[in-house]
Write a protein that binds this ligand. Sequence first.
Ligand code: PRP
Ligand code: URA
Length: 213
Amino acid sequence: MYNGIENITICDHPLLKHKVSILRNKNTGTNEFRTIVEEIAMLIGYEALRDLELEEVPVETPLETAMCPTITGKKPAVVPILRAGLGMVDGVLKLMPAAKIGHIGLYRDEETFEPREYYCKLPEPIDQRKIFVVDPMLATGGSAIAAIDFIKQHGGKDITFMCVIAAPEGVEKLHKAHPDVKIFIGNLDRGLNEKAYILPGLGDAGDRIFGTK
Ligand code: PRP
Ligand code: URA
């Protein structure tokens, strides 16, 4: 819970905090950075999947038949916001290997910081799926809001957003635009600089995951 808002969770597991600190270090190389983003996605996903539905089904143990809890309910979809969101997909898939994957391509205009869409493909029927939108960074909130706008325009309803690091400005803007969306955050940072980068942050997540700078 954040500022009394049920739909916002800031994860507090010490393993996760430790891993975020490794990402922040400018000397952490691409290979380690990628591995750790994936591990963090799994740790955040573990929290975000806490409300999955269970049903009792009969299972033959070596001794008897027992009614055992098994995951049921809506089929999941993981939707990374390209590019950096791709770095979180494998971590979430470790928890739900059968999930389908959608993609939303957005980049931030370097002058206005407004998101620009270049690609959108979602698994059908998107209106019946439990959707997990993933992106390591929630800065101004513009990209997450635009991605969730697209998903809703395509019929998506049950949406959870997961990020590694968020700025308070972005969290508030996203919650205001989409109060129904559950938000899971690895770490809440101090704020944004004049170029809308998160402080202390970890720099440009896409560049660090893909080694492009
Ligand atoms: C980064 C990040 C988010 C966005 C967050 O992507 O991965 O998508 O910025 O910023 P916002 O909350 O202010 O919108 P970027 O635009 O750098 O694209 P990339 O993933 O292709 O590097
Ligand atoms: N996008 C990033 O990759 N990093 C930031 O700090 C802000 C937006």
